[in-house]
Design a protein around this ligand. Structure first.
Ligand SMILES: [Mg+2]
Length: 306
C-alpha cells in the first residue's frame, strides 16, 4: 500500500470511530427511553459530541501520520497532552490517573503497570482506538498485531486490554482487505479468523463463543453470552463488537443500530464497531455526519506536532 493510502484509510477509521462514539453517546439516557428510540430509529437532531474514545484515536492517527508506526513514548506524550487540553471527555477513572501521572512526568510503563494494584488495566480503552492501526498496516497482519499491542501497552498493561486492541485492529484490517477483494471471510469465519490471531486470553475465548451465535439471534441473547461493556473490560466489550461487525459490516447504519442496541458502554461499543465497519463502507452516512463533531477541526488534532 502507498503511504498516502495508508493514512487515508487510517483517517477513514478515525472518522468511523468518531461517528460511532458520537452516535452511541447520544443514547445515554434511561434504558427504556433508549430502547424506544432505537426501535423507532430516532436520532438526536442536535450536534453530537465525541468522547475520550475519539480523542485517543486522534492521538494514534497523529502518531502514525508523523512516524509511520506507533512510537510508544510519543503516543504517551500525545495522550497526556490531549488529556490536559480537555479532561471532561468521559475518561474512565483509571485513565484519569494514568494520563495525569504521565502528564506529570511519570514514565508510561510505570503508570500503566501500576494500575489496579500492579495488575494493569484490562479495560476496553486499547480496543476503542485501535482501528486506524488495522487500516494503516492492513497489508501486513504481523505489523497490525505488533503495533496494536504497542498502542495498548501505553495505558493497558494487562493481557486482556492488549488482546482487545489486537482484536479490533485485526478485524479492521480484515474488513479493509475484504473491501479490496483480498479477504472473503464473514460471520463465523470472520470471528474465528480474528480469534486465531490473538494471544491466549478471555477476550479470545469470548470471541470464539460468538461463533455459534447467529445473525438472527436476539440482541439480548448475544449480550447475555458476550457482554455489553457494562464491566468496561475488553473481554466484556470487544466480542459483542466483533459479532456486530461480522454480520453487519456491509452497512454502517445497521452495524451501529445493532451495536447501540446492546446499551451498556454504548459510546465505546459504537466507536469500536464504527471504526471497523467504516473500512468496508464506500462512504459514511452523510445525514449522520452532519451532526458529528469532526476530529480534524478539534483542538486535539494539533497533537504531536511539536
Ligand atoms: Mg467514551
Amino acid at each position: 500500500m502507498e503511504p498516502e493510502d495508508r493514512i487515508k484509510y487510517a483517517k477513514r477509521a478515525l472518522d468511523g470511530i468518531a461517528l460511532g462514539d458520537c452516535f452511541g453517546q447520544t443514547f445515554f439516557m434511561p434504558d427504556e427511553t433508549a430502547r424506544q428510540k432505537i426501535r423507532d430509529r430516532e436520532i438526536l437532531k442536535e450536534p453530537w459530541y465525541f468522547t475520550d474514545d475519539t480523542v485517543m484515536a486522534i492521538g494514534i492517527y497523529r502518531v502514525l501520520e508523523k512516524h509511520g508506526k506507533i512510537d510508544q513514548d510519543e503516543l504517551a506524550k500525545v495522550f497526556a497532552e490531549n488529556y490536559a487540553l480537555d479532561w471532561h471527555r468521559g475518561y474512565g477513572g483509571t485513565a484519569h490517573s494514568i494520563l495525569r501521572s504521565i502528564g506529570e512526568g511519570t514514565n508510561w510503563r510505570e503508570a500503566a503497570s501500576n494500575a489496579f494494584d500492579g495488575m494493569g488495566s484490562m479495560g476496553n480503552g486499547g480496543a476503542m482506538r485501535a482501528a486506524p492501526i488495522g487500516a494503516y498496516f492492513a497489508d501486513d497482519m504481523d505489523k497490525v498485531l505488533h503495533y496494536a499491542k504497542a498502542s495498548a501497552e501505553v495505558t493497558h498493561a494487562h493481557i486482556e486490554g492488549i488482546a482487545g486492541a489486537m482484536a479490533a485492529a485485526a478485524a479492521s484490517a480484515l474488513l479493509l482487505n475484504k473491501k479490496q477483494g483480498c479477504y472473503f471471510g464473514e460471520g463465523a469465519v470472520f470471528l474465528r479468523d480474528v480469534a486465531d490471531k490473538l494471544p491466549e486470553s478471555d477476550t479470545k475465548y469470548k470471541i470464539l463463543s460468538a461463533v455459534p451465535i447467529k445473525k438472527e439471534s436476539s440482541i439480548d441473547y448475544a449480550v447475555s453470552v458476550l457482554g455489553n461493556g457494562m464491566m468496561l473490560t475488553a473481554q466484556d466489550t470487544v466480542p459483542f463488537c466483533l459479532w456486530c461487525a461480522a454480520y453487519h459490516y456491509a452497512s454502517v447504519e445497521e452495524a451501529l443500530w445493532t451495536a447501540v442496541s446492546a446499551l451498556g458502554d454504548r459510546d465505546t461499543i459504537c466507536a469500536i464497531v464504527g471504526g471497523m465497519v467504516s473500512l468496508y463502507a464506500d462512504e459514511l452516512p452523510q445525514q449522520w455526519l452532519d451532526y458529528v463533531e469532526r476530529p480534524e477541526t478539534s483542538v486535539f488534532f494539533r497533537s504531536g506536532q511539536a
